[in-house]
Every structure is written in C-alpha cells, then in structure tokens.
Design a protein around this ligand. Sequence first.
Ligand code: PTT
Ligand code: SF4
Length: 608
Amino acid sequence: MKGWWGKALFIDLGERKIKFMSIDQDVYTNFIGGRGLAIKLLWDLVPLGADPLSPKNVLIIASGPLSGMPLPSSGKLVVASKSPLTFGYGDGSLGTMASHHLRRSGFDAITITGASDKPVYLYIENDKVQIFSADDLWGKDTFETEDKLKERHGKDVGVLSIGKAGENLVRYATITSLKGRSGGRPGIGAVMGSKKLKAIVIRGTKEPEIFDEKELRRLSAEAYEKILKDSNYKFWISQGTMTTIAWSHKNSVLPTMNFKEGTWDSYESISGDFMEKIKVGRRGCPYCNMQCGNIIEDNTGELSELDYENVAMLGSNLLIDDLRKVGELNRLADMFGLDTISLGNSIGFYIEAGEKRMVGEKVEWGDFKRIRELIEEVAERRGIGNFIADGVMRMSMNLGRESESFAMHVKGLEVSAYNCYSTPGMALSYGVSPIGAHHKDSFVIAQEVLRDRLSYSREKVEKVVALQNMRGGMFESLTTCRFPPYEVSLDLNYYPKMLNAATGLSITLDDFKIVTDRIYSLIRAFWIREFGYWSRELDLPPKRWTTQSMSKGPYAGVKIDIEKYDEMLSYYYELRGWNDRGIPKRETLNSLGLDFAIAPLEKIVSLK
Ligand code: PTT
Ligand code: SF4
C-alpha cells in the first residue's frame, strides 16, 4: 500500500502494553486519514458509554496521507477522543513538528487507552516506544515542558504536551505544541491528563512509500509558487487571521460582552492594523510558506502568538481594549493548555451571571486583573475556577434554566468568535458542526455577509454542505492546513491530485462528498451511540440568537427565526441522508459502507 503505513500504534498505559494494529486498505480508501481514521478507530475502540475521563476512553493522534510531507502547509495532525466537554466526538487540527515525525514513524496513528497511575510521557522513535516518568514535568507549563523534552531528546523532535489545565481535567483543556499551536478544543488535553500522560515526544526517520514521487514533487513546487505569487499573499503575511477583527466589527459579528453585541467602538485597539504596529515576528507550522502566527511582546514583555479567535474571545468579548493585555491572557492560555474560545466564553458567561446576580461575585467587563486571576484559577481548578473549568453548558445546568438564555454553546462546545443573530447560515454551521459550535467545518459567513445575508434559503444550506465537504471532510482527512485555498486562493484541485500522486488512488474533488458523508454519518452515529438517544434540538443554535437581539449597528433588533432555521435544518438532514430527527437512515449507512453501525444504532433509535 503506497502513501499510508497500514498500521496504528496501540498503547495501553494502564497495562503498559504496546502493540501494532494493522489497518485494512478499505479503511484508508473510505476514510482517508486524520479525522476519518480517528472516528473509525474511536467507533471500534471506545467501549459503549465510557466516561471520557476514565481509563476506558481512547486518545487518537492521527496523520493523513498528505500530512508532514513536503507540501504546502502540511504540518498538521488530528487529535481526537470522546470529549469530556460534550460527551460526543471531539477533535482538533494541530500544527506541530510531531506531524512530520508521525508521518515518518512507520504507522499512521497512535491510539492510547488505559491510564497510568503516575505521571508519564511517551518517547516514540520509529517502532520503539518507551514510557518515561514525568514526575519532574507534572505541574510545568507547556512551554517549559517542550523545552525540557527537547533538551533531553534533541531539538528536532516533535512534542505534544499538556499544561496544568489538562492535568487538572479542565473540560476545555487542549494539547499544545511549538509554544503557540493548540489543538483539541473539546477537552482533548483533559483526556491526556486523565491518563496521566504529560507529553508525547516523537522522532520518525523512515520515509513513507509514495506512489508517484516525481509528480508529487512537481505539484508541490507549483503550489508553493502559486501561493507566493497570490495577490493576497503579502497582506496575509502581514496580518494572518487578525484581519478578521475589523471585518467582524464592520459586519456586526464581533463577539462583545458574551455575545450581547456584534460591534465594539474600541475594536481598533485590538485590530490587525494595530497589531502590525507592535508585531515583532512571525511563526507557523512546519512546511508552510504562509506563516500566520503573529508574534507580539505582551503586557509583561513575553512573546505571545495571536490569532483572531483568541483576540476576539479574550479581547472584545470581555471588553479588554489593550492588545498587549489580551496577548498576556492568550499566552497564559497556551502555557496552561486552555482553549481560548471556550475560556473566553466561560468567563463571559460567568461575568454575565454576576451581572444578573446568579453568582455571588460581580466581575466588571474589562477588569483585566480579575480576569487574569480567573484564568489561573480555572487552570488550577481553584476556588470559583473549579466551576468555570467545567464550561458553559455545565455552569448553566448548575445555575438553572434561566441562564440558558445567555449560555453560548451547541452540544456543550462553546461558540467560536462569530456572533450570529443576523447570519442564519453561520448559525446552522454551528448547529450541525460535527464537534459542537466550532467554525472550522463550514465558514459560510464569509459569503453570507456579502449576499442574501438574512435569507434562510436552500442555497445557503447547500453552501454549508459544500464547505463542510471540503473543510471538514477533505482537509481534516488529508490533514493539511486549509488556509492555502481559502486565504490565498490556491486551486482546490491540487489536493486530490496530490493525494492521488501520494497513494495511487484516482479521487476527484467531487468524490470528497461521499467521503465526507461517510465521516459525518459515522461521527453522528458515534454521538447517538454514546448519548443513547438523539433529538433535533441538539442541532439548534444557542437560545440567545433566537430570543434576543443586538441593540447597536445596522442589524440591531434582528434575531434568528427559529421556524425558518428549522426548515434549513430539515433540508440539511435531507442532503446528508439523515431522517427528520437528524439520525442517519438505514439506507444511508448501507450505501456508505457503514453497515457495521446499523445494529448498534437500531438498539437505540429508529433508522427510518
Ligand atoms: C482551533 C481553534 C482556533 S481556530 C483558534 S484561532 W483560528 C484558537 N487558537 C488557540 C490558540 O492559539 N491557543 C489556545 N490556547 N487556544 C486556542 N483555541 C482556538 O483553537 C490554527 C490555525 C487556525 S488559527 C485556523 S482558524 C485554521 N484551523 C484549521 C483547522 O481547523 N483545520 C485545518 N485542516 N487547517 C486549519 N488551519 C488553521 O490553523 P483546533 P493550530 Mg488549532 C495558539 O486546533 O482544536 O481545531 O482549534 O491548530 O496549529 O493552532 O492552527 O482563527
Ligand atoms: Fe499553520 Fe498558518 Fe501555515 Fe496554516 S497558514 S499551516 S495555520 S502557519
């Protein structure tokens, strides 16, 4: 088999057992890799109803056939597990040198089950796996951990690690790499912490066999050059995702005060233009010539790597109007291994609950000092931090039904930084995202604000599906960064061509529709199996968008019409081959080769 190794490493940390599992060619042709491989492995390996923070849960680190190869922006890997935040499928796409090494290790994925009784880290060098004590690393932040492990094992290894947040089982703890890359929003870092696994160090020195290496090199060289010559390249390099702050404000979608408003008069204080004035450098993922990590010196003089979501959720959403201060909060989140989106949401929810006198403490919007303390308390689960560390859904369940009106999450995952009172297509994208309210699968809002913004058309639903097929299906399974086509307009057709050159398959861009249908239907089946029921209510947007509206800007007074949203949702289900409760139909599962999911699901729900 060319392009893949055909096996996964299986580690039981409790039993200290290490073995290799072979993976059939069919799995690769059907699921490709990355997210596709992750959901197939989770479906097969996670025992029914396992507590995500128990030894029974399984952590997956998966590469795809293009990840870590000398191709544009390929330095990503997928981290996935049953999420402790949502109790459904959770994943993240992370830029890291570990992607280069995993691809050269001799296997396509690492699966980790069981739990160690003492802190450990894994050192993987090709087929050789060693489990070392991490007593001296436990309690250390992710930056220091990575430095220490590189001192020990060599500067060029790949390191994935957790900080205090993962150790303390914060439900939105992430996995960090390269001091500023963070992945696994739905608490994948907490799964690592529950296994007492502080870090994974990996060195791979083998080369995967490539079907047509010459063609792959040719495509790659051409694509790198097209990226460099793109008219948007210069601007992208100067601001990266930070340009979105001004865009979001101008389009009334900038999260402000726990998503109460979509505009903020002080937006310029945290904008991409302001950032350019204080920027001291750029960083990025391996194999990337679009390096988009913007480095500034934060409030304390330390380096902090900024992205739009981080700055919006810890800046405008909490009314902190000083980019260096926002930079400090962002750096702390990276060091503790906390997801900035869920963190900004959880603190925003807590502040609003204080305003409404539902909690004892009243924190002022923009109170940097107290917010900074709260972040430390969350990472350590200290005092009120223990409450906030469970995320918005659980805090809201604790405070009672009234608080649902300002609890910004879908299925338990907090909403990314786009406020959707007046963008029903994006609200649907959040509603039907396979991991909860994340923007990565379908960023339909970019087109939506340009045309038919307030419509609930079938065309919009088709766009959501088309974007999911590319972003959530193709890029997450090939496991390369999606920015080259979406930010500098590299032709999407390069990707199936590169896949075919690497593996010998003959896949077209259109074929990714079926691959995505398969991956999404199996992810949905996993949620249903683990929940033990399903209801279309789980695919609705947060109540705030359907019952309230913004008071400022051109879209003041507008809210999501829930009946029309519901019609879009029904059409979405139809396009995916799911029934009117959002459950994959029997014939859909059959036609996608997912018949193995039929019997387990039929024990729980009707597949008609
Ligand atoms: C991603 C999510 C995002 S998406 C951002 S900013 W973005 C936040 N980044 C965080 C961070 O930083 N530190 C932190 N402690 N928490 C953070 N939480 C948030 O996490 C990321 C880039 C970005 S920057 C985006 S859009 C693109 N996302 C991709 C994706 O999802 N898939 C893919 N194939 N390519 C992508 N390319 C871009 O990668 P999650 P990263 Mg992250 C510091 O992982 O879990 O998916 O959450 O991966 O290596 O940091 O790159 O405006
Ligand atoms: Fe990483 Fe940015 Fe490059 Fe994508 S464009 S690979 S996120 S540095």
